[in-house]
Design a binder for this molecule. Structure first.
Ligand code: PLP
Length: 446
């Protein structure tokens, strides 16, 4: 058997973290259960390209890439050089800096809906800003949403009026603790892919809907004509359409899903991959949707600090120069083909599917949910023991190489054999060393 790598120091640090950090981690997607609790490391020491080194000195090929933010790979030299050059010249002044404009102009050149740009520091914050702008522009309050859009009051308010509103979009049974009751009824969910349901929601709130904010897609293409239909309905209702491209942005096409599918929203939100892991977010949109923001109080000291701006400029230029969406697609295509061939050869009931830039793993689809969950954990455990950090929604970066793919498939060959044997012998529980906590925030496992 492949021996457990030591994660002693990770575990000690996590114990310390629980004393000073409510919940133990700042980001739910860095909780220990995300990879393989009790087996996978919890604290990283450094990263380079597709690899990270944990605090116990172990080297891992990583398929998390900081919740998909590090699209070029860790510590990308071009991005880091750009940031370093800026550091030596100062990162924030009493005055504005031309790089802010350069980035805004580059975003306008790159993203179909972008004619004007405002910045933020993260995805959730940028979503909140986009919703504020939409409410201010339309003079209306109600927001219809589909998907995950961060932690802010406007979004979690959905569960005030209707306790299960976020169940299908974020996670079941979220208690919107701390969100003002007065916001009840202001955020309303609608199901993805169902134009009639959206039409009904718009009709129910006729004249009061400021915007429809949605993830334009996740791991599969939308039904034919769906997004164009959404756009039409939203405009008929006098509302604005916002695409949240925090996760999709720069991955499927350089200009986002709106470029890939040819449907242009009024506003769009980008973060994460925009700056390869540096803190940066942006709200972009048409002049008509964005210009009223000039009269709104939306302002923050750090929105234009130059670490994020210079990182975003370098990242975006590199994404364009290296044609990153094509690299990600090619890697994913080879991975899906190689993995499924391996699973078939070994007789393992596991499948890799979905769009190649955001592939997914499914374990024993006909088994009960508990067995599927245990098999997924067992796979993560066995891959981790072989130096590969992976969960069911891996996100490779442009730094992942053919050698990385070969290493992944070699590790998968052994891991899948363990799964197959354990399942056949009815011994999954006996070989599973992972502590199975209830994943409290499934959506972010990607
Ligand atoms: C679609 C989407 N919107 C918003 C967010 C929140 O972004 P952040 O974690 O940078 O606040 C995420 C993060 O996973 C996301 O996937």
């Amino acid at each position: 058997m492949t021996p457990n790598r030591s994660i002693q120091r990770s575990l000690e640090l996590y114990e310390r973290a629980k004393q000073v950090v409510p919940g133990g981690t700042q980001l739910l997607s860095r909780r220990p259960y995300i990879f393989a609790a009790g087996v996978a490391p919890i604290f990283a020491e450094r990263g380079l390209g597709s690899r990270l080194w944990d605090v116990d000195g172990g080297e891992y090929l990583d398929y998390g890439m900081s919740v998909s933010a590090c699209i070029l790979g860790y510590a990308d030299r071009t991005v880091n050089d750009a940031v370093r050059a800026q550091l030596d010249r100062g990162v924030a002044f009493s005055l504005n800096h031309p790089a802010e404009l350069e980035l805004a102009e580059l975003l306008c050149e790159t993203i179909p809906c972008a004619e004007m740009v405002r910045y933020a520091k993260g995805g959730g914050e940028a979503c909140a800003l986009a919703v504020r702008i939409a409410r201010g522009t339309t003079g209306r309050d109600v927001v219809l949403f589909c998907g995950y859009h961060g932690w802010h009051d406007w979004y979690l308010a959905a569960n005030l009026g209707e306790p299960g509103a976020l169940d299908a979009h974020l996670l079941p049974a979220i208690d919107p603790i701390g969100v003002p009751q007065a916001l009840a009824g202001t955020a309303v969910p609608f199901p993805y892919g169902d134009l009639e349901a959206l039409e009904a929601a718009l009709a129910e709130h006729r004249g009061r809907v400021a915007c429809v904010i949605m993830e334009p897609m996740r791991s599969a293409l939308p039904p034919e004509g769906y997004l164009a239909g959404v756009r039409e309905l939203v405009h008929e209702a006098g509302a604005l359409l916002i695409f949240d491209e925090v996760t999709t942005g720069f991955r499927h096409a350089v200009g986002g899903v709106q470029e890939l599918l040819g449907v242009t929203p009024d506003l769009a939100v980008f973060a994460k991959s925009l700056a390869n892991g540096f803190a940066m977010g942006a709200v972009v949109g048409t002049r008509a949707a964005m210009e009223p923001a000039a009269r709104m109080f939306v302002s923050s000291t750090n929105w234009s600090e130059l670490v994020g701006i210079s990182a975003a400029l370098a990242t975006l230029r590199e994404i364009r120069r290296r044609q990153v969406p094509r690299l990600l697609r090619e890697y994913g295509e080879q991975w899906i083909a190689g993995f499924n061939a391996l699973a078939a050869e070994l007789g393992a009931d596991v499948r890799m599917h979905g769009l190649p830039v955001v592939p997914q793993l499914s374990f024993s689809p006909t088994a009960d949910a508990d067995t599927q969950r245990k098999l997924a954990a067992l796979f993560a455990q066995e891959m981790c023991r072989r130096g590969v950090l992976i969960h069911t929604h891996p996100t490779p970066s442009a730094a992942h190489t053919a050698d990385d793919l070969a290493m992944t498939l070699a590790a998968a060959r052994e891991a899948l054999a363990v799964l197959r044997d354990a399942q056949r012998a009815g011994r999954i529980d006996q070989v599973l060393d992972v502590t199975l906590e209830r994943p409290i925030f499934q959506r972010l496992v990607r």
